[in-house]
Design a protein around this ligand. Structure first.
Ligand SMILES: Nc1ncnc2c1ncn2[C@@H]1O[C@H](COP(=O)(O)OP(=O)(O)OP(=O)(O)O)[C@@H](O)[C@H]1O
Ligand SMILES: [Mg+2]
Length: 346
């Protein structure tokens, strides 16, 4: 791609991460959706993304870490604009600024008018000239390599940081969808609560997330494989540094209620699918996507619960951005999605 040519850019502006995918290059950036700002004036921004998180606790200034994208939607347009602009510049380089490319940004599948408008303002504010919004589940399906224009129902379950979307797609459109305000982040919070309650230790969200990534599983844990790890935190009683032993069974106990609730709501949507589409889904199975899909054993648990095959790709966390990028790069797909309202030009 030359300096003056332009290409498609797909962005997943998520509650946990911003993921950016470029035409011909694939996913080039994923950074946490954070903005670090001065506490008394949150328009005074010190850093975004990974920098923001790294600077926290390392700067003498009175700062606050903010999440401008919450529950799968833009909560603070001004800060989200800055986050999008700076990370896009990082991914694209200043020469290939956002305005030269066709940009497609994902929104929640059942985004309200207000959420829609906030996303639009953010994308415009970040400097995009040719831009569109795409419904998350359609982007995930595209990014997963499914041919979504066929006249058959396919179900996508998209588990992000703070949202879970269940959607049935057919002929490049959304036939049925439900967005639930729960996701993988709720498991981190459950781990924090569990560790405090059962181990008397206070840990941060990042530590809890690390525990989930390292030890979290939805599968049965063989007792002879139960290794303990030392966990550092702050003693809940004294406030002093403390240590506790923790193992995979602890993490499982911590996340189980959240996991069960998540699975149960997916089953509910599945059971309310119109009969003619349910038949297709029984035949073709369900596609699991989003970062939350990476939890060990989740695919198996969901398959057992629904009684249908469930597939998950190598990089489910990339799929929304990848699908958005495909829509941005392929005119035919772009037009088809626009015709069904899955893609909204802004
Ligand atoms: N190996 C893993 N096991 C379990 N969870 C994981 C794993 N890898 C990533 N995750 C979780 O995936 C979540 C992020 O997923 P993703 O990037 O799809 O969310 P998002 O798009 O930012 O959020 P949302 O769509 O809800 O706005 C995080 O909560 C992270 O902890
Ligand atoms: Mg997402």
């Amino acid at each position: 791609m030359g300096v003056f040519s332009s290409g498609g850019v797909g962005i997943d502006l998520g509650s946990a991460n911003v993921t950016i995918c470029l035409e011909n290059e694939g996913v080039v950036l994923r950074e946490p959706s954070y903005v670090l700002a001065m506490r008394e004036d949150d328009t005074d921004v010190l850093g975004v993304g990974r920098d923001a998180r790294q600077m926290l606790g390392r700067t003498p200034k009175d700062v606050v870490l903010l999440s401008p994208v919450m529950d799968g939607a833009v909560a603070d347009v001004q800060l989200a604009t800055l986050l999008l602009k700076l990370l896009a510049e990082k991914a694209l380089g200043k020469r290939r600024a956002l305005e030269k490319n066709r940009l497609v940004v994902s929104i929640s599948t059942s985004a309200t008018r207000v959420e829609h408008a906030a996303a639009e303002e953010t994308v415009r504010g970040a400097g995009a000239k040719r831009a569109a919004l795409i419904r998350g589940s359609a982007a995930a399906a595209l990014g997963a390599g499914l041919s979504i224009d066929e006249p058959k129902g396919m179900m996508v379950v998209l588990i992000g940081g703070s949202t879970t979307e269940v959607a049935v797609l057919s002929m490049s459109g959304v036939v049925a969808a439900r967005t639930m305000r729960t996701g993988s982040l709720a498991m981190d919070e459950a781990i924090m609560r569990y560790v405090r309650r059962e181990k008397g230790l206070i840990i941060g969200q990042r530590t809890a997330e690390d525990l989930k990534l390292d030890l979290g599983t939805a599968l049965e844990i063989p007792m002879d494989k139960l290794e303990s790890a030392s966990l550092r935190g702050r003693d809940a009683r004294t406030g002093r540094p403390g240590v506790a032993e923790i193992n995979a069974l602890d993490i499982q106990r911590a996340i189980l209620p959240t996991l069960d609730e998540l699975l149960e709501s997916i089953r509910e949507v599945f059971e309310n699918t119109p009969a003619e589409l349910a038949e297709d889904i029984l035949k073709n199975g369900v596609r699991l996507s989003g970062g939350g899909a990476l939890l060990e054993g989740l695919r198996e648990r969901l398959a057992a619960l629904l009684g249908v095959p469930v597939a998950v790709g190598e990089n489910p966390q990339d799929e929304v951005a990848l699908g958005a990028c495909i829509a941005a790069s392929d005119d035919k797909i772009y037009q088809k999605l626009a015709a069904t309202g899955c893609l909204i030009e802004i």
